[in-house]
Unconditional design. Sequence first.
Length: 96
Amino acid sequence: MFGSTSSAHPGADYAINKSNPWYVGGSLQGVQPPSHYDFRALRLTPAELRAEFKRLGWTRVVAFQTRNPMHRAHVELTMRAAKQVEANLLIHPSVA
C-alpha cells in the first residue's frame, strides 16, 4: 500500500513486519449507528451535515477535527485557512 517493501520506510516496515499477516477488503454496510444520548441535535450524519450546509448556503467549508480543546494556534490556523479560501469553518470535535 505504500509502494515500497523497504524496512527503511516506517509505514512499509510496520505493514510488512509488525501488523497482521492478512486483511479483508471490500464494501462495508453499517448495521446501525451508535447510540448517543447527549448532544443529539449536534450529532449529525454526513448527509445531515451536508444538508445543513446547503440550508445555510455554505458552498465552501474548511473543517478542523479535534479530540482535544483547541489551542490558540489551532484557532488562528483554521481561521486563516477559511479566510484564505473564502469558506465557512466547521469545528468538528471527535469525542467519545
